[in-house]
Design a protein around this ligand. Structure first.
Ligand SMILES: [Cu+2]
Length: 199
């Protein structure tokens, strides 16, 4: 059987296109780390968020060495808490839900981007390495002020984060139960160094 040269050429091109197509899909799946958002969380009653442990009080919690959990409520037309503040060099897992309509939650500049559906808890993680500020935007049209619905993720230096949390705002990680008055017993008689023992 004789195949015309042009026909061979087109056959080859068609084959190459098919391989390219399969290649791009495969690369998209494994290359840039694109993955489906986890749906492992149990459903939640969107009308009773104020009775839920995690969402009654939206917040950031330390859950391990350099690991933080952020419980976020996306609602018309804001994210709570705002800003979300975490220390540098940490991994933040966001748990996000909505009491009203479908919203989006994108941490601009990362590949974290999920839909937030009433009754569901979206779970998505971000590596917060360098101190910087990220915008958070809603990507799903959610009502008249959708365009104004934005938040912030602030990644701050570790010492700054500790200072912020020394104000007694979170009681999860303070373990200073018994160092009250035993370790500075010198009632010094050269009262020159005031300011040495700030807090
Ligand atoms: Cu929106």
């Amino acid at each position: 059987m004789h195949i015309h040269a042009y026909e061979k050429l087109w056959l080859t091109l068609a084959l190459v296109l098919i391989l390219l197509l399969i290649g791009t899909v495969t690369y998209g799946a494994v290359g840039p780390g694109v993955a489906m958002v986890s749906d492992g969380q149990d459903p939640i009653d969107p009308e009773a968020l104020d009775e839920d442990d995690r969402f009654a009080e939206p917040r950031v919690e330390r859950v391990g060495e350099n690991e933080y959990a952020a419980y976020v409520v996306a609602e018309q037309f804001q994210f709570r808490p705002d800003p979300i503040v975490v220390p540098e060099n940490s991994r933040v897992t966001f748990y996000i839900t909505s009491p009203d309509v479908i919203h989006g939650f994108e941490v601009v500049g990362t590949n974290a981007n999920t839909m937030v559906i009433p009754g569901e808890v979206a779970e998505i993680a971000v590596e917060a390495n360098e101190p910087r500020e990220y915008g958070i935007v809603c990507n799903e049209y959610c009502g008249a002020a959708h365009h104004a619905m934005e938040g912030k993720l602030e990644v701050v230096p570790e010492d700054e984060y500790e200072r912020m949390n020394d104000d007694g705002t979170d009681d999860g990680e303070t373990d200073d139960t018994d160092d009250g008055e035993t370790d500075d017993t010198d009632d010094g008689d050269d009262g020159t160094d005031q300011g040495g023992d700030g807090e």
